[in-house]
Design a protein around this ligand. Sequence first.
Ligand code: HEC
Length: 148
Amino acid sequence: MKTFSALLTVFLLFAAPVAAYAADDHHRQDPAPEGNPENALIEEMRKLDSAFREIVSAVALGDGHRAHLAIETLHGAMEKTQEALHHGEVRLRKNAARAEDFERMDREFHADLEALARAAHHDDIREMSGLTKKLLDGCVSCHTVFRP
Ligand code: HEC
């Protein structure tokens, strides 16, 4: 009997922190059940933000190679967002009903980014400058409609 209560004490000692941990874990996931729905989009945006600063600087200095390297850092992030959107894992928090407009803006933005990568590859500074301005308009247009 003594052994049993000793075992019970040991069990309770371990069970309490585990239960607390589980509750805490649950609490941490509360704002976004099943993972953070905004994750892939926000992650892409943060990468886009730093890549774009680098691109602006590279274009200003006429450095196609540097611009090309910055664009390369984005590979994978955009595909991840598109996949997450299609699987309903990313939710538009503003104007969600206009998903088709979002997809069109996103497609156009990515096409311009690819054109910029080609221009950077050929060190075509004039073309790079024009596309960089167009891309900035793309950030602003999309945020105006879809950023909460
Ligand atoms: C096709 C639409 C679209 C384009 C294009 C776009 N964004 Fe965004 N961006 C969004 C949306 C939607 C949000 C808000 C996401 C949310 O908070 O749920 C956002 C949020 C952001 C954020 C905030 C992220 C955070 O930590 O909350 C940054 C920074 C950002 N975008 C940078 C950029 C830059 C820089 C560009 C252009 C080079 C750009 N975005 C182009 C849709 C877009």
